[in-house]
Write a protein that binds this ligand. Structure first.
Ligand SMILES: *Cc1c(COP(=O)(O)O)cnc(C)c1O
Length: 220
């Protein structure tokens, strides 16, 4: 038997110091989040707006709450007052909506563009080409209450390590390309959110700066 604290500690030893560990608590109760918090964890992620709001209200104020699921426009208003970063922006329209609610709250909300790279077609996100053409319009530059901080991706759900490694490498290359073309003067374009319980070491090897881990922390 191991505890959440022990598993967290073990995972931390495998992650380089510059990489942020995000605990994805979407399937786990407030008590489990509390246990991770007591073990020093401060970054947590949820996939549903109502769960993010409920947990934020139930837990200490110094937690950084990340949103990692598919975000519907009509849910933005619930999370806009406090969300630390939105990892799953998949359209310019959504970016505009987030901007609107961020402005109402007097905030600038950090956002990541989600890149669809996996073979599965059920996943959300921009294809690399869609992402480049969205950025090329430069309309996003008018949006003063969002801050594009990087990219997020999920690799294919497969045991084929080569496949997963090449997907993460492709997104890292896209990240570097985008940074050079549009964010060369922005030191805060610094986040590549990639890697989950089953593949985070591969992601870190490919240049991820933020891993999102759920089951390996919260499950035995
Ligand atoms: C659930 C989820 C994770 C964590 O997955 P685990 O395999 O439990 O580590 C990471 N990112 C996103 C977007 C998720 O939905």
């Amino acid at each position: 038997m191991s505890s959440i604290a022990e598993r967290l500690e073990k995972i931390r030893t495998t992650i380089p110091s510059g990489v942020r560990l995000l605990a994805i608590s979407k399937y786990y109760p407030v008590d489990a989040v509390r246990e991770a918090y007591d073990a020093g964890q401060r970054d947590f992620g949820e996939n549903k707006a109502q769960d993010l709001v409920f947990k934020q209200q139930s837990l200490p104020e110094d937690i950084r709450w990340h949103f990692t699921g598919h975000l519907q426009s009509n849910k933005i208003k619930y999370i806009a007052p406090f969300v630390y970063m939105i990892h799953s922006v998949d359209s310019l329209q959504l970016l505009r909506e987030i901007n609107k609610h961020a402005a109402k709250n007097g905030r600038i909300i950090p956002c990541l563009l989600q890149i669809h790279i996996a073979r599965e077609d059920s996943k959300f996100g921009f294809t690399p080409d869609e992402c480049l053409s969205m950025l090329s319009t430069e309309e996003w530059k008018e949006l003063k209450n969002i801050h594009i901080r990087g990219l997020m991706c999920m690799a294919s759900n497969t045991d084929d390590v080569q496949q997963v490694a090449s997907e993460f490498a492709a997104v890292r290359a896209l990240f570097d390309d985008i940074r050079e073309r549009w964010f060369a003067d922005d030191d805060l374009f610094d986040t590549l959110s990639a890697g989950m319980s089953g593949d985070y070491l591969i992601a870190v090897g490919a240049g991820s700066t933020c891993v999102r881990i759920g089951s390996s922390i919260f499950e035995e």
